[in-house]
Design a protein around this ligand. Structure first.
Ligand SMILES: [Zn+2]
Length: 248
């Protein structure tokens, strides 16, 4: 899969991807409950991006830029384990990454986000880049895969994506089981299963993430569910990448 990584190419080899799509995975480094590693979001964004690049090759050249491992995670700072950028820093960094790639000749930039706290930022950056004459798109992986994940029953077990609950724990059991340490204490409160993009957004001062840093019960998380979710996510993100490619 290394052949789809930006960092594995020399200057000349990068030319082969400039007419295609370059994915910039946008992750986060933050606590994920007592049982998952702090790099979950970054690992998911990068792994999805690499699989999308592989699946679309050779039909469509897709390259994966280095993952941005930091996002807007101030709401996790009180738990410990977060490295967070202020929103204005994140936006500035993403814009600079976008402008650099455009200056290198990449025609289509796709920001693939894996952390709820980054959602607004990646969209704003796409708007700003368009103003600078750069064609870009942004998507959170669960948003483009929402209908298919719903159909597959992902919402029957907890929130999508939630935070360190059934959904993310299943994905991690599939992709990197060695980074999953048991399950957190049971969580009985019913999770809100509405599309996060459609929920009323409230963030109160001092409020963290759920109770103890995770949003829903991971009791029924499994590698099998994670594999199913992962396949759905990769195929739906690939569809979104193709849709973006065709628009330019
Ligand atoms: Zn996460």
């Amino acid at each position: 899969m290394d052949k789809f990584r930006f960092i594995a190419q020399n200057r000349g080899e990068l030319d082969g991807f400039k007419e295609g799509v370059i994915i910039i995975p946008v992750g986060a480094t933050e606590q994920h409950g007592p049982h998952l590693s702090v790099g979950v979001d970054s690992l998911l964004a990068e792994t999805v991006a690499l699989h999308v690049a592989k699946d679309l090759s050779p039909r469509l050249p897709v390259l994966v830029a280095p993952t941005l491992p930091y996002g807007y995670s101030h709401h996790h700072l009180s738990f410990g384990g977060a490295i967070s950028l202020r929103s204005e820093t994140l936006i500035a960094v993403l814009k600079d990454i976008g402008m650099s790639l455009a200056a290198s000749g990449f025609k289509r930039l796709f920001f693939l986000n894996s952390h709820g706290g980054n959602e607004e930022a990646v969209r704003l950056v796409v708007r700003d880049l368009a103003r600078e004459g750069v064609s870009a798109a942004a998507a959170s992986y669960w948003t483009v895969a929402w209908d298919a994940l719903t159909e597959a029953g992902a919402l029957d077990w907890g929130r999508v994506p939630g935070h360190a609950g059934s959904f993310e724990t299943s994905l991690m059991l599939h992709l990197a089981a060695e980074l999953v340490h048991g399950r957190p204490p049971l969580r009985e409160d019913a999770p809100s299963i509405a599309d996060p993009a459609r929920r009323l957004f409230v963030q109160l001062p001092g409020q963290g993430v759920g109770k103890d840093g995770y949003t829903d019960d991971a009791r029924f998380a499994s590698a099998g569910k994670g594999e199913l979710y992962f396949q759905i996510i990769v195929s739906q993100v690939a569809k979104a990448v193709v849709e973006f490619y065709r628009q330019i």
